[in-house]
Design a protein around this ligand. Structure first.
Ligand code: OGA
Ligand code: MN
Length: 200
């Protein structure tokens, strides 16, 4: 169901994207969806159903621990898990809204859970692959309770004239243009959980 608040949230994201190529919003997803995603992420971690993340795609794929050291698990867009299904539906609705209002031409999306353990990081990079330009927008939603600056793990966006540091607080969503914004994840001081993906 799309409520008034959700449309306000969509509009805040669009304003940010238009003005700065990125946006940060708290509350795009309900606590029920966030809690359900977090529980599933923890269950998958317990089952050791995560794999070391890579860089590049297809023949350029590599696992390079000096560049990134997080672990991921891809979410099936047809998942029947309640929270995953609600998440995917909302991403779909948001993509449709962006297409209607901003002619973004989003046709697909892909999301994974990510876990940065203590000391894990992801060095400065762009999300667009050299051999696949389909990623239009990067979308990261954090699942961490009570995260403070002392816990490290900030997402740093490198803009033309400044750096923006964003704490991975639970319920916060960061969205930015994949082609334009170089960014980095600073070493996390404790387990740092998120759902990360791309609108294509
Ligand atoms: C990524 C990434 C940012 C974050 O997975 O490509 O840059 O804050 N993640 O987790
Ligand atoms: Mn990235």
């Amino acid at each position: 169901m799309e409520t008034e608040e959700i449309f306000d949230c969509y509009e805040a994201i669009i304003d940010g994207l238009v003005e700065h190529n990125y946006a940060v919003v708290d509350g795009l997803f309900t606590p029920e969806v966030l809690n359900g995603l977090k529980a599933e992420l923890i269950r998958l971690l317990d089952e050791e159903d995560f794999k070391l993340a890579g860089i590049g795609k297809d023949t350029l794929f590599a696992q390079e621990r000096a560049i990134r050291s997080d672990k991921i698990h891809w979410i099936d867009n047809r998942s029947e898990h309640v929270a995953e299904n609600a998440f995917v539906n909302q991403i779909y609705n948001f993509s449709q809204y962006l297409n209607r209002t901003c002619f973004t031409g989003i046709q697909d999306f892909e999301f994974h859970y990510a876990c940065f353990e203590r000391g894990n990081f992801y060095k400065r990079h762009f999300d667009r692959f050299k051999n696949d330009e389909s990623r239009k927008f990067s979308v990261v939603t954090y699942l961490n309770e009570d995260w403070t600056a002392d816990d490290g793990g900030a997402l740093v966006l490198y803009l033309d004239k400044q750096e923006v540091h964003i704490l991975p607080k639970g319920g916060r969503t960061v969205i930015f243009k994949s082609e334009l914004i170089e960014h980095e994840v600073l070493p996390a001081g404790r387990n740092r959980y998120s759902v990360t993906g791309w609108l294509k």
